[in-house]
Write a protein that binds this ligand. Structure first.
Ligand code: COA
Ligand code: AMP
Length: 631
């Protein structure tokens, strides 16, 4: 039997040999001559001289190999009370026709296509149709509003946008079409055309000359074949929050993505082709890209597209119903979802209504998994609970417990051990590795594993500045943590202004930019305060322009509405207070970390560099009436 240590060492001793071996599981149009291309270090590329197509590997080859009748996608939608299965052969036909229609309207290899859709199979079909043509998709999460969509349109300049007419959130319909129209109006770049998938719940008005109907524009077209692309060809761009309002366009390279994701399905998630795999996330996030769409399909699994919430659609038993009904083997979600369920069903009464014997392992990621949540999940489901850590930038796990290799010890509080391809180190401020159990910056020795970002879209300087410059020779993750003597990693906090709300990565800087745009706000700060359900919530501090004497509550309301309108409801920005001054260092830096501790009611050391300690008392006085800064 192979052990994790043997696999990890096999990679360390011969990285190229290891990845070329894994590459054999992929169908190549031209096999690459080697794995790593380091001639442009510290920028790296993988399998660059290979030729390959993602859609072929995710769809067509399974039909060729006899999986045509197996469900590729199960759509389970409690919000619309529908369930539907799409087999691999149906998926192949649907995607080939959609790709043919896009091609007929001029979409070619290298063109960008934005996809703005809810959790419906058509979202995956749109992604796969782009992959079929070698077009580069960029999926935008439905919880983002027009402004965020416009920023992405101007950055990646799509030839086409594919959207649905509507999404369904509990209690309200999300009108995608007006949001899309608003975004195109705001953006400088205009797409050549938009494809609108009309849902039964809402039929959107189409703009003559620009919008086409999903079904109508496919009528009578010639299905498209898969277009082989070079190994380093971008498969997609996915925008993620950085420290400013301008999101970072993470590029996913085609070949490394195929090889790494395929490896992860058996070795990390322990599923075999044919098994049902479920990631309860959204296609708008990296988890959705990798583990709702690509990895399960590349590996010949059945994937579930779930359109609902962990609670309220209709109850806290929905997840268990889906697992039991569809025979889910491995299940992946964010700790927030479990906290929401636990809050409604602390004794697990819903859990016991379903036969969950099919489930072998639960995987958690996206935010820190607190021990209470892990223990509750373990006790209720009676399966191992694996916390694993990764980022949009990497596209797959950096650390975890490779259940398909070995059932290693799981240490609660740790997100596991490094996967092959990742040499994870803890560094001090001077960039020197520290010993076991010592807190520091989590960095990864270059090169990163296959499938990880080679650079940022149109922003190589920003890529170098954000990730490579601080610790030469390493990739800076932006997380702080430690590694114990057995090599297990513990992620403790972010080192930048990125916060994590319900497993969603958000930029406090982006919210500050929006608040600063309010005419009455002279200065502001946004921090992430602790929340029992969502892990963190954004909280704004507003200093008003001199002479403004309007009701503070009115200004707060307007600021909350501004963030919702510009970023979108997903920002969950609902807390804000007006204060006279912000605590700063003598050099003028806002003491955000101190403000977080104060708001959370934690003990803190008065920063030696603080300009005026009395400001902290003013902040405390503003927070206590809204239930913060107690203790
Ligand atoms: N389209 C439009 N709006 C969306 C949306 C989408 N796809 N997803 C979320 N929103 C909206 C919500 O309706 C909510 O709006 P509201 O302020 O009008 O209520 C807002 O964005 C905040 O959403 P969320 O933070 O998800 O909170 P919630 O209260 O609606 O739900 C949970 C709480 C715990 C049920 C939910 O956060 C959840 O399922 N979390 C799992 C996290 C997850 O899957 N993360 C992915 C990374 S692995
Ligand atoms: P995203 O790019 O949205 O996936 O967010 C990545 C960030 O989420 C990481 O840099 C961490 O800060 C956090 N994160 C993801 N997974 C974990 C985990 N298992 N434990 C702790 N934090 C996590």
């Amino acid at each position: 039997m192979t052990t994790y240590a043997e696999v990890y060492n096999a990679w360390k001793n011969d990285p190229d040999g290891f990845w070329m071996k894994q590459a054999e599981a992929i169908d190549w149009d031209r096999m690459p001559t080697k794995a790593l291309f380091d001639d442009n270090a510290p920028l790296y590329e993988w399998f660059k001289d290979g030729l390959v197509n993602t859609c072929w590997n995710a769809v067509d080859r399974h039909v060729e190999q006899g999986r045509g009748e197996q469900p590729a996608i199960i759509h389970d939608s409690p919000v619309t009370h529908t369930k539907r299965e799409i087999t691999y052969v149906e998926l192949r036909n649907r995607v080939a026709t959609l790709a043919g229609a896009l091609r007929a309207k001029g979409v070619e290899k290298g063109d960008r296509v934005i996809i703005y859709m809810p959790m419906i199979p058509e979202a995956l079909e749109a992604m796969l149709a782009c992959a079929r043509l070698g077009a580069i998709h960029s999926v935008v999460f439905g919880g983002f509003a027009s402004h965020e969509l416009a920023v992405r349109i101007d950055d990646c300049k799509p030839k086409a946008i594919i959207a649905a007419s509507a999404g369904i959130e509990p209690g309200r319909v999300v009108h995608y079409k007006p949001l899309l129209d608003g975004a195109i109006d705001q953006a400088t770049h205009k797409p050549d055309f938009c494809v609108i998938f009309q849902r039964e719940q809402e039929v959107a008005e189409l703009k003559e000359g620009r919008d086409v109907n999903w079904h109508g524009f496919q009528y009578g077209v010639q299905p498209a074949d898969c277009v082989p692309v070079e190994g380093d060809h971008p498969a997609y761009i996915l925008y993620t929050s950085g420290t400013t309002g301008q999101p970072k366009g993470v590029i996913r390279p085609t070949a490394g993505h195929l090889v790494a994701l395929n490896w992860s399905m058996k070795n990390l998630y322990n599923v075999d082709p044919g098994d049902v795999f479920w990631a309860a996330s959204d296609v708008g996030w990296v988890v959705g890209h990798s583990y709702i769409c690509y990895a399960p399909l590349i590996h010949g699994n059945t994937t579930i597209v779930f359109e609902g919430k962990p609670v309220g659609t209709p109850d806290a038993g929905t997840f268990w119903r889906v697992i039991s009904e569809h025979n889910v083997r491995s299940f992946f979600t964010a700790p927030t979802a479990f906290r929401a369920i636990k809050r409604e069903d602390p004794r697990g009464e819903f859990v016991r209504k379903y036969d969950l014997s099919c489930l072998r392992t639960l995987y958690l990621a996206g935010e820190r998994a607190d021990p209470d949540t892990i223990n509750w999940a373990k006790e209720q489901l009676q399966v191992p609970v694996v916390d694993h850590w990764w980022q949009t930038e990497t596209g797959w796990a950096i650390t975890g417990i490779p259940m398909g290799i070995e059932e290693m010890e799981i240490k609660i509080g740790s997100s596991g051990v490094p996967m092959p391809g990742y040499d994870v180190q803890i560094l001090d401020e001077a960039g020197q590795p520290v010993g076991p159990d010592t807190l520091g910056a989590v960095a990864i020795k270059l090169p990163l594993a296959p499938g990880t970002l080679p650079t940022l879209w149109n922003a190589e300087d920003r890529f170098r500045k954000s990730y490579l410059d601080h610790f030469p020779g390493y990739y800076e993750t932006g997380d702080a943590g430690m590694i114990d003597a057995d090599g297990y990693l513990y992620i403790m906090a972010r080192t930048d202004d990125v916060i994590n709300v319900a497993g969603h990565r958000l930029s406090t800087g982006a919210m500050e930019e929006i608040l600063a745009g309010h005419p009455d706000v002279a200065e502001c700060a946004v921090i992430g305060v602790t929340d029992q359900l969502k892990g963190q919530l954004p909280m704004g501090f507003l200093c008003l322009t001199k002479g403004v004497n309007r009701e503070h509550s009115e200004i707060v309301k307007e600021c909350v509405a501004r963030v919702r309108d510009e970023i979108g409801p997903v920002a969950a920005f609902k807390l804000a207070v007006v204060v006279d001054r912000l605590p700063k260092t003598r050099s003028g830096k806002i003491l955000r970390a101190t403000m977080v501790k104060l708001a959370d009611g934690e003990d803190f050391k008065m920063p030696a560099t603080i300009d005026d300690p009395a400001i902290l008392d003013e902040i405390r006085a503003a927070l206590q009436p809204i239930g913060y800064a107690k203790g």
